[in-house]
Design a binder for this molecule. Structure first.
Ligand code: MTE
Length: 330
């Protein structure tokens, strides 16, 4: 395993971005029903796996640009939404480079249509599914969530998508599916950042099954009412708002239902720094910096806020970790 001593995303923004761009971006920014786990038994396969089966959510069509149809929900945050230029111009998507501006510059090279997701493992319905047969684009909703990056900055983003639980249930996971692993698409020609072994590509992430079925876990296909820009993880990415942003894996092309805790990219890379759980926790400092507060992207350059336990989502998620030592299980 390749280990970098000083990981780029652990540098200050000014260290990894040319100064002109950095200052320029700053001025742009300145202006500017979940199924319970117990319910899973009821989802167990009646039929065997199939490589041609259609997921029940299928509608067969999806917009690939422009506005989406969606409905508002009560999932919102009291603070202002981060301006669109910051949400789509200040990104982490290492497959396109380590600079915050590189995904916006280079992710346009990624082909997102057609797009399919390979579903493997302990589920009744497995095989390769077209995205439009996985996500029902006639039944989208908006969730306004805070995204807290492990680098100690945060944004408030209006995502459009579907509850992850709905999609996962459609694959009829069996009781052996205790965890889920997600994998990002890998195309070395289109993803220039994968020429560098910053991480062991493809990018992988994972959740415990009950976490994946939590009401907050979301599969986003859009933001600000429009189809997801490539730099934000088009055409489909995870959003897990109570965990550090790196759990919210982009451009998903594979889902595995597994029985053991799966590998995750940053944990493989630096296990003492990045755990499997990665719940936002102001009481556990990163080995090299505090996590007690965060820089607010998109507002005043000096704007900061105190980081909240589980990123402010304790009411919905704390019960899943009852009795666990969250410093040990970071
Ligand atoms: N997914 C992939 N495949 N590659 C990445 O480099 N970066 C993660 C996460 N998902 C990343 C990824 C990190 S560190 C963060 S903070 C969020 O994406 C950033 O999402 P955003 O660029 O939409 O704000």
């Amino acid at each position: 395993m390749f280990i970098r001593k000083n990981r780029p995303w652990q540098s200050r923004e000014a260290d990894v971005t040319p100064k002109g761009l950095y200052l320029n971006r700053r001025s742009i920014i300145a202006s500017g029903g979940a199924l319970a786990l117990t319910g899973l038994a009821g989802c167990e396969a009646q039929s065997g796996g199939s490589s041609t089966a259609q997921a029940p959510a299928a509608t067969g069509t999806r917009p690939t640009s422009g506005a989406l149809d969606y409905r508002a929900t009560d999932y919102t945050v009291a603070d202002p939404q981060t301006p669109y230029p910051a949400v789509t111009g200040y990104n982490n998507f290492y497959e396109f480079g380590i600079g915050k501006d590189e995904p916006a510059r280079y992710a346009g090279a990624m082909t997102t249509d057609p797009w399919s997701i390979e579903v493997e493992g302990h589920a009744g319905r497995t095989g390769r599914f077209a995205l439009e047969d996985v996500v029902d684009f006639t039944n989208l909703e908006e969730r306004i969530y805070r995204l807290r990056c492990v680098e100690a900055w945060s944004m408030v983003v209006p995502w459009v998508g579907v509850p992850l639980s709905r999609v996962l249930a459609s694959f009829e996971p069996t009781s052996d599916a205790r965890y889920i692993q997600f994998e990002t698409h890998l195309d070395r020609d289109e993803m220039r950042g994968t020429r560098y072994r910053v991480l062991d590509w493809p990018y992988v992430e994972g959740l415990r099954m009950d976490e994946a079925m939590n009401e907050l876990a979301f599969l986003a296909v859009g933001l600000y009412g429009e189809v997801l820009p490539n730099q934000n993880g088009a055409p489909v990415r995870l959003v897990v708002p109570w965990k550090y942003g790196y759990k919210s894996i982009k451009s998903i092309s594979r889902i595995r239902f597994v029985s053991e805790q799966p590998d995750t990219s940053w944990n493989l890379s630096a296990p003492h720094e990045y755990g499997f759980y990665s719940n936002v926790n102001p009481n556990r400092a990163h080995p090299r910096w505090s996590q007690s507060s965060e820089r607010v992207i998109g507002g005043n350059v000096f704007a900061r806020r105190d980081t909240e336990m589980f990123n402010g989502y304790s009411e919905q998620v704390a019960h899943m970790y009852a009795g666990m030592d969250l410093i040990e299980n970071h």
